[in-house]
Ligand binder design. Structure first.
Ligand code: FCB
Length: 439
């Protein structure tokens, strides 16, 4: 069972430790151009040949836009009392920058539905679906200010239903992975652009926090970062490993705590930073979300970044090819706790892609069950070592559009049959239900 590796007295067994599931708007909603929604950069990216592994898109996805009531009911039936979801910025703000009542109606109904079922929403404002009409996207400093406008409007109109809000999901992905490594929208390959986008995203987060605080004072506001464990391939690769560590972990934390990021990293770009930016980026958080999936091996390489990553550890891997390495989660949390004055932490994503097959109405996702077991134990270990962790969200409620992998990767606790949109809880979901019911 999922909780087999945590002790009887574990903090995770106490009723006030929060368990939830997570999703994001573009990955599940569908309804891509209804009720006044404008196109996002992901709508456009999916139309470009060769970008998405199975040439798919988010036009229908899990059709959550029309099925949200059943989905929320399912979350509660599985025993979860928390749900991390994101709002689609292009649904809420029109091309001319105005609030879109029709889009807002959908989120009002969805959030009310959560509350009615005893499910507390944890809302992310930006999980990568940027309005395509914003010229220059994250390379344009102005986008950070447009984000703050959007954050203020979201809180003004929907704040009564959103007790917990985060500004951004994984800004590393919407900067480095999107502008430097080129795997995500808009798919550029430019190291300096990646670093500039990273700066603008952290600026956006700080401005967004300030704008929301000016609007109301009763919300718990956070930011969600993604971290991975990093191991040098050989001793000679150690400095490359340190550089990746600076890029993927320290940069974001240093920005939050107004410290200087690694000079070796910053020397790879020409970041346009204006006076006052640092204080904005260090706007205090009420909580920090940590997403964790895997460990990567780092080698030095002759490219603009000076490194390359592979998943070639001696460990088991998930269907997407990511090493399973729970110890890395404990290590990162303890390192952060030692080095920074952290606010309360929530594990906002953690999960596994499996080669799930539906057989006789069932999905036996043994590897996913073990994955959760190992990672819950890792969270427990970090708490034992003093880290203030308050909750854990499994990625994901259901199978969905996995970005550049399209529908080829299934991360859900619930299997989705994309031809009928049937939802079928997998063995891991039943495991969660047993654990949460007996807690
Ligand atoms: C994270 C994303 C999430 C999902 C998982 C597998 O990086 O935040 O949307 O794609 O990976």
């Amino acid at each position: 069972m999922i909780a087999d590796k945590i002790s009887a007295s574990s903090r995770l067994r106490q009723a006030d430790f929060e368990f939830g599931v997570a999703t994001s708007s573009f990955q599940i909603e569908g309804a891509s151009r209804v009720d006044g929604k404008q196109a996002s950069i992901w709508d456009e990216f999916c139309r470009q040949p060769g970008r998405i592994l199975d040439s798919s898109h988010g036009d229908v996805a899990c059709d959550h836009y029309h099925r949200y009531e059943d989905d929320i009911r399912l979350i509660r039936e599985l025993g979860f009392e928390h749900y991390r979801l994101s709002l689609a910025w292009p649904r809420l703000i029109t091309e001319s920058g105005r609030w879109n009542e029709k889009g807002a109606d959908f989120y009002r109904r969805l959030l009310e539905c959560c509350h009615a079922h005893g499910v507390t929403p944890n809302v992310t404002l930006y999980h990568w679906d940027l309005p395509a009409s914003l010229q220059g996207a994250w390379l344009n400093r102005d986008t950070a200010y447009r984000f703050a406008d959007y954050a203020a409007m979201a809180v003004k109109h929907l704040g009564d239903l959103m007790p917990r809000v985060s500004t951004l999901n994984e800004p590393w992905c919407s900067s480095i992975l999107s502008y430097d490594l080129g795997y995500h929208a808009p798919g550029h390959n430019d190291r300096a652009e990646g670093l500039q986008a990273a700066h603008h995203l952290m600026l956006a987060s700080g401005l967004g926090l300030q704008a929301m605080r000016a609007e109301r004072s009763d919300q718990s506001l956070g930011l969600v970062l993604n971290f991975e464990a990093l191991q040098a391939r050989t001793e000679q690769d150690q400095s490359a490993r340190d550089l990746v560590h600076a890029e993927r972990i320290r940069f974001w934390m240093d920005r939050l705590f107004n410290r200087d990021p690694s000079p070796a990293l910053m020397a790879q770009g020409r970041v346009d930073e204006q006076s006052g930016d640092r204080a904005i980026m260090a706007e205090p958080l009420d909580w920090l979300g940590v997403n964790y999936y895997t460990r990567s091996m780092v080698g030095a390489a002759d490219n603009p970044r000076g490194y390359e990553l592979t998943n070639e550890g001696e460990t088991e891997r998930t269907h997407i090819g990511w090493d399973i390495h729970p110890q890395g989660l404990t290590d990162i949390l303890v390192e952060l706790h030692q080095d920074y004055p952290l606010p309360p932490i929530y594990i906002t994503e953690n999960g596994a892609a499996c080669d799930d097959v539906l057989e006789a109405g069932r999905v036996n996702d043994e590897l996913r069950r073990r994955y959760f077991q190992g990672h819950l134990a890792a969270v427990d270990q970090a708490i034992e070592q003093g880290v203030d962790i308050r909750g854990y969200y499994a990625w994901s409620l259901m199978d969905n559009f996995e970005w550049a992998y399209g529908y080829t990767q299934r991360f859900g606790l619930v299997y989705v049959d994309y031809t009928t949109q049937a939802r079928i809880p997998k063995a891991s979901a039943m495991d969660w239900q047993r654990f949460l019911r007996t807690r």
